[in-house]
Design a protein around this ligand. Structure first.
Ligand code: SF4
Length: 274
């Protein structure tokens, strides 16, 4: 595996790695201290609003390739945290991701996760690790809508059952590190009743909420207006829950949520070869 190229915007730095067989994956350095790593070459969950899974899943990254993304960048970046939030579903490559989690912990690097919660039998173990945060993609409280948004992300009913069981075993401080993510998509899940149902669920589970905006990757989905986003935030806050908003880094066209991709055309990288 080798580091091929870097692209940067005012906010993010995107790094392109070439794997031994020639496939390319990406990592993003953002917020001045956090490296977002890819866990798989592609993704099997198939969210239609995300660029990372458009080729399906080609293969898992090995533990060496997961560590390699960090090792190849650690001397050029002030990395304090690693987020397993790039291309792929970390729980679908769990044995390698877990191995690298402990490797990073030994180096005093804080580790956080973004996951769909699928497969569920790995989720419990993840929630109990000494992580710095686990954000679980919910995006709807309706089984039917969630199935449309995360076609291979498993049953919402089963996810909620597992969350209730496992979160109940966590200390109050640990519970605050668990967040349910809700990507607001215009005309899909942005109605008042949708947002109220999400607020109620977050309050019931005792987690926090992460309210995300869309990066307009697919023409089939649209971001909501600023005023609508603000209203959704205030509505959620009325449930007395902690709500984290989309940051500028997550909304950036370069390296923002859902924008990483497998085998991005190399011409896009020519401006800054390494
Ligand atoms: S949003 Fe996450 S789970 Fe869904 S396709 Fe993209 S990488 Fe996979």
């Amino acid at each position: 595996m080798r580091l091929l190229q870097e692209l940067s915007s005012e906010l993010n730095r995107l790094f392109l790695f070439e794997l031994p067989e020639g496939n390319r994956v990406e990592a993003v350095f953002y917020r001045g201290d956090t490296l977002c790593l890819s866990t798989q070459v592609g993704c099997a969950i198939g969210c239609p609003f995300c660029f990372s899974g458009r080729l399906g899943l080609l293969r898992n990254l090995t533990a060496e390739e997961l560590v390699g993304q960090y090792e190849l960048l650690k001397d050029r970046l002030p990395i304090k945290r690693v987020a397993f939030a790039g291309i792929g579903e970390p729980l679908m490559n769990w044995s390698h991701v877990k191995e690298v989690f402990w490797y990073l912990r030994k180096k005093s690097i804080g580790v956080s996760f973004y996951t769909t919660g699928h497969p569920l039998h790995k989720l419990g173990e993840l929630l109990h690790l000494p992580h710095q945060g686990v954000t679980i993609s919910l995006h709807s409280t309706s089984e039917e809508v969630r199935k449309r948004l995360l076609p291979h992300g498993g049953s919402l009913k089963e996810l909620l059952k597992t969350l209730k069981e496992e979160i109940g075993k966590l200390s109050a401080s640990k519970r605050k590190k668990i967040s349910l993510a809700y990507l607001l998509l215009k005309g899909v899940n942005d109605g008042e009743e949708d947002i109220r149902a999400f607020g109620e669920l977050v309050r019931e589970l005792g987690t926090t909420a992460t309210l995300l905006r869309y990066n307009s990757i697919s023409e089939d989905y649209k971001d909501v207006e600023d005023s609508h986003y603000e209203r959704a935030f205030l509505l959620l806050r009325s449930y007395h829950i902690r709500v984290t908003l989309s940051t500028r880094f997550r909304k950036d066209r370069l390296g923002g949520c859902g924008t990483l991709t497998v085998n991005r055309p190399l011409t896009e990288y020519l401006e800054d070869p390494l």
